[in-house]
Design a protein around this ligand. Structure first.
Ligand SMILES: [Zn+2]
Length: 186
């Protein structure tokens, strides 16, 4: 389901006293940061291939996943730095693949990224991913973000083990997470 509610401000706090408002913003920022860090790690760890971790667009292999970055197939527009908003495209694991800093920074391989991803996930899911990414009103609640954080932490732990069986579990968890995201997760 595509969420259309809550356009504009991320948190509704009319009438909420200043100190409480500050605390809510602080907690929201903290959980959003944790989620972003977990996603970034998961995307990079999932790039594991024989001999290391490969850049999605140029194929260069790195020994350490820390040398890669989490690249977006679709970026947001301008003014995307509101730290109190978790954007749909930033939590959509279909939209993210590990890239070397060069490919990610210069973005010159974006057409290749799109073509490869379309082939990988199929054209129907690719179209759905784009539609889902572009929702402007998608705003998970604090509780939804807490659940998301928990699931992502588990995924990360499985991926960290670098064991084929754990990798399979993590892959299944990623798919489940993705399906829940697309269906609204309720
Ligand atoms: Zn690259």
């Amino acid at each position: 389901m595509i969420h259309k509610h809550g356009k504009g401000k991320s948190i509704k706090m009319a009438g909420v006293p200043g100190p409480v408002r500050y605390l809510v913003i602080k907690k929201t920022r903290a959980i959003i940061t944790s989620i972003k860090h977990l996603i970034r790690d998961i995307v990079r760890m999932r790039a594991a291939s024989s001999g290391g971790y490969a850049c999605y667009t140029c194929g260069k292999v790195f020994r350490d996943w820390h040398d890669l970055q989490s690249g977006h197939c679709e970026h947001g527009g301008r003014n995307i730095n509101d730290s109190t908003i978790l954007y749909a495209r930033d939590v959509n694991l279909d939209n993210l693949r590990a890239q070397c800093p060069y490919c990610n920074f210069y973005g010159s391989k974006n057409e290749k990224f799109k073509a490869k991803l379309k082939k990988e996930i199929g054209p129907t899911r690719f179209d759905w991913m784009q539609l889902w990414n572009r929702q402007t009103g998608w705003r998970p609640s604090f509780r939804e973000m807490a659940e998301m954080k928990l699931k992502l932490s588990l995924m990360r732990n499985f991926l960290k083990n670098d064991d084929p069986m754990d990798m399979e579990i993590a892959t299944a968890m990623v798919e489940e997470y993705q399906q829940e995201l697309y269906s609204g997760g309720k």
